[in-house]
Design a protein around this ligand. Structure first.
Ligand code: NDP
Ligand SMILES: O=C(O)C1=N[C@H](C(=O)O)C[C@H](O)C1
Length: 268
């Protein structure tokens, strides 16, 4: 019997790619699925439940994976932990405070949670390269592009990056924000120490770019997502395989792949 996976958001863009990924993996088994509109129907050989609690009481899942909605994810994760199930979080929209609560619950339950603003390999490389750059170049700002209908801001990718860059090297505006002449919002938002400008327009899936600048030169590190959800499957399933051996919260796929950066370990 393989590792038993329950997928929240199983009918969605990412969730349906994951259902296929789990079914194609010899060491994984689809144990449950959650989605409201398809509740009662069958997906990948399992009956879709209307809620995480219903899905996890009907099955003995080892891991719950959430790709639902920013308005639902926190309650879903806390429910799974309360029910003794390790969690992988793909859904965006949770604040640093929300992650604090999840971290405390995971510690209390002795369970693992892996969350990553982006589970694609190339996005995870963008994050790691940006963190390395911030150790050397203190002046940077983050541009966060997504489709016009994305409800949460900044994206999960940009939020996690901003918080982590901000811990290594807070981004300090050349003119302090309270001294700005004109609308302060035009200078973006301070997200955990990193300055983020979010753009929401049709035709984008998601792109995140950090501009590092020194006198006379600039470095731009950019990731651009395409229209397929395939890139998120490998990283999410790697996290599912690893999370069962963890206790507590790990944020960032790059930490699973490459270990903790010394600069982040020092500031933790
Ligand atoms: N970390 C990463 O690498 C990635 C993160 N994401 C993030 O994942 C999230 C989902 O994205 P995407 O796949 O495009 O979303 P979709 O809108 O395509 O799918 C959402 C899924 O969740 C279900 N759902 C929505 N609301 C609820 C709820 N309240 N309770 C239970 N199920 C719910 C939907 O079904 P129904 O409405 O019938 O319930 C559907 O199955 C977003 O936050 C996105 O930013 C996306 C891709 C990669
Ligand atoms: O909403 C999306 O589509 C995506 N969201 C993720 C995020 O919020 O960072 C990332 C993914 O590339 C697509």
């Amino acid at each position: 019997m393989g590792l038993r996976i329950c997928i929240g958001g199983a009918t969605g863009w990412t969730g349906s790619a994951l259902v296929n990924g789990v079914r194609a993996a010899a060491d994984l088994e689809l144990a449950g699925a959650v989605a409201r509109k398809a509740a009662g129907q069958e997906i990948g050989g399992v009956k879709v439940a209307a809620s995480v609690a219903d899905a996890l009481s009907a099955t003995n899942a080892d891991v719950y994976i959430d790709y639902t909605h920013p308005s639902a994810v926190k309650a879903n994760v806390l429910t799974a932990l309360d029910m003794g199930v390790a969690v992988v979080v793909g859904t965006s929209g949770m604040s640093a405070g929300d992650y604090g609560e999840i971290s405390a619950k995971a510690d209390k339950q002795g369970l693992g949670v892996v969350a990553s603003g982006n589970f694609s390999l190339t996005a995870c490389l963008m994050t790691r390269f940006s963190l390395l750059a911030a150790e050397q170049v203190p002046d940077y700002e983050i541009l966060d592009y997504a489709k016009s209908t994305k409800p949460d801001v900044p994206s999960g990718t940009a939020q996690e990056l901003a918080e982590r860059l901000g811990r290594i090297q807070p981004s300090v505006p050349g003119v302090p924000i309270d001294k700005i002449i004109g609308p302060k919002e035009a200078r973006g938002a301070d997200v955990g120490g990193g300055r983020v400008h979010s753009i929401r327009l049709p035709s984008y899936v998601l792109a995140v770019e950090t501009i590092f600048a020194m006198n006379g030169e600039r470095l731009q590190i950019r990731h651009e997502a395409g229209s397929s959800a395939e890139p998120y499957v490998g990283g999410t399933l790697l996290a599912a395989r690893r999370v069962v051996a963890l206790k507590g919260l790990v944020r960032g796929l790059d930490n699973l792949l490459f270990g903790t950066l010394p600069a982040e370990a020092k500031k933790a």
